[in-house]
Ligand binder design. Structure first.
Ligand code: MN
Ligand code: ZN
Length: 510
């Protein structure tokens, strides 16, 4: 499969200008011999195309099941097999999900028309793909990442998926295969292709973009987000340029990126490869390249098609789709709260930064934490327990009683359980449920009385005069030594912060 429109928009008119990100945080430069002069830094420029399979019951233009993993060629009919005389009927649910995506990505959602994109490939029974070309349903949006940076969205259009080929023998690619099988179950499955602007400046930012996009698509019910099943498929347009330049370099489109890890590795590799070429005085050839995960490199595919190679023309069997203002309003109003807004809400409640609560929202634990905070639990501790202990047992998290979680936090806040004890009780609640107070009692957990802790601290100070001198002299590293000793002596029943406070008090008094 190849794409008709790159992030720079060729085929749609002149390239658009965009802002240059502050440079200096790209990967280290290389390609020049040390000692020959200063190394030049380069900047990586990435635009991403994400194909998202929509979570509909049926395909885009027929009533066949849209399901992953069924027996090959069981979900097919004359329409999705492209048999002569069959006619497409547009799936309204797919249009609605595409509109949700547009609204969630702050796009203009508008009247659109379908085109035929012509090319030959055995997984495509009609020898053309019904897609959207110069009048897509969603244009000009943006997506905000957890760190506050924004990536522009050029378009998000509706199209049908192809079938899938399986090459048997050789290394699984078509070259050297003994024979190939084709499965048309996927042919005609509804897709939205989301094309970003070339606003991404690093592999890490690319991963953050896909991760955030995936979270949004799942939150709005448009996708199941399963990259491993091909529900989200990512192609990366990568180019490089000297740091500080505002010109776009020649790009290559890297395909076959099936995970966030592959995406990051492929971008780093491809940018380094291009910069090495440029530093050697050669030039980058615009082409499609495939990521080989095992070899950790991209390999040349074919030279990139231009839009005119596809002989786009309006699909004569479908009328234009104009959702109208009323339907757009309805879709907009029905959108759930998006991850960015959920991070904001939790950050405000917990007194933390949006980035500091990102994990909790990503794991869908924010409702749990918000309930605890509104019942009076300490925000920072509630976020920590969710992001660490609860996150460590996500199966258990689904069974976790929010009221019990709140109760546990309040016990810890009140000093009735130490951090160590609270973590043990929480692990047990996640594994098999139960009331935190009863679980703590069954384990004999009680926080120690302040006087007992003070006695322990004084005994340790007396037993370790050398370390005590260092602590008094301001060596913070010894704090852990004393806290650890007290914890060991009390089997974790003392409160670490109380011990630290006592040590500081003693040091000031002495
Ligand atoms: Mn596409
Ligand atoms: Zn069908």
């Amino acid at each position: 499969m190849s794409e008709q429109v790159g992030p720079s928009g060729e085929g749609l008119g002149p390239r658009r200008a965009y802002e240059t990100a502050p440079g200096g945080d790209g990967p280290p430069a290389f390609g020049e011999e040390p000692g020959l002069g200063p190394r030049r830094a380069y900047e990586t420029v990435v635009g991403l195309e994400v194909h998202c399979e929509l979570r509909t019951a049926t395909k885009l233009f027929c009533a066949c099941r849209n399901a992953f993993g069924d027996d090959p060629n069981t979900n097919v009919c004359p329409v999705c097999l492209g048999l002569p005389g069959s006619l497409p009927v547009l799936n309204a649910r797919a249009v609605e999900l595409a509109m949700r995506i547009g609204e969630a990505l702050h796009c203009e959602v508008r009247r659109s028309i379908f085109h035929r994109k012509n090319y030959f490939y055995p997984d495509m029974p009609k020898d053309y793909q019904v897609s959207q070309y110069d009048e897509p349903i969603n244009v000009d949006g943006w997506l905000e990442l957890p760190d506050g940076s924004r990536v522009g969205i050029e378009r998000a259009h509706l199209e049908e998926d192809t079938g899938s080929n399986r090459h048997v023998g050789g290394d699984g690619r078509i070259h050297n295969a003994d024979y190939s099988l084709v499965d048309y179950n996927r042919a005609g499955v509804p897709l939205v292709e989301i094309v970003s602007r070339p606003d991404i400046r690093s592999a890490e930012q690319a991963r953050a973009y896909v991760s955030e996009l995936r979270a949004i698509l799942v939150a709005i019910g448009a996708s199941d987000g399963k990259m491993e099943e091909g529900s989200l498929r990512v192609d990366a347009n990568v180019s490089v340029r000297p740091a500080g330049s505002d010109q776009l370099g020649t790009r290559c489109e890297v395909k076959n990126l099936n995970s966030l890890r592959s995406l990051g590795r492929a971008i780093d590799h491809e940018a380094a490869r291009q910069w090495e070429l440029l530093q050697a005085g050669e030039r980058v050839v615009q082409e499609t390249r495939h990521w080989n995960e095992a070899q950790g490199r991209t390999v040349s595919g074919r030279s990139k098609e231009e839009a005119y190679d596809y002989r786009y023309f309006p699909e004569p069997d479908l009328v234009p789709v104009d959702p109208g203002e009323a339907w757009r309003d309805e879709v907009r109003r029905a959108l759930p709260m998006l991850p960015a807004a959920r991070r904001e809400r939790l950050a405000r409640a917990a007194g933390l930064s949006p980035a500091g609560v990102a994990t909790v929202v990503e794991l869908d634990l924010d409702t749990l934490v918000l309930a605890a905070i509104s019942a009076g639990a300490d925000g920072r501790r509630a976020v920590n327990r969710a992001a660490n202990e609860v996150a460590a047992d996500l199966d258990g998290a689904r069974r976790l009683d929010p009221a019990a979680f709140t109760k546990l936090l309040l016990l810890e806040d009140a000093g009735k359980l130490t951090a160590t004890q609270a973590k043990q009780v929480l692990a047990e609640m996640l594994a098999s449920g139960g009331d935190p107070e009863e679980l703590a009692a069954a384990r004999g957990f009680k926080a120690m009385e302040a006087a007992e802790v003070a006695a322990q601290v004084d005994a340790l100070i007396a037993a370790h005069p050398g370390e005590w001198e260092r602590f008094r002299g301001g060596d913070a590293k010894v704090t852990g030594f004393f806290v650890g000793k007290v914890m060991k002596a009390t089997q974790g029943k003392a409160d670490g912060r109380a011990v630290t406070a006592l040590l500081q008090e003693r040091a000031e008094l002495s």
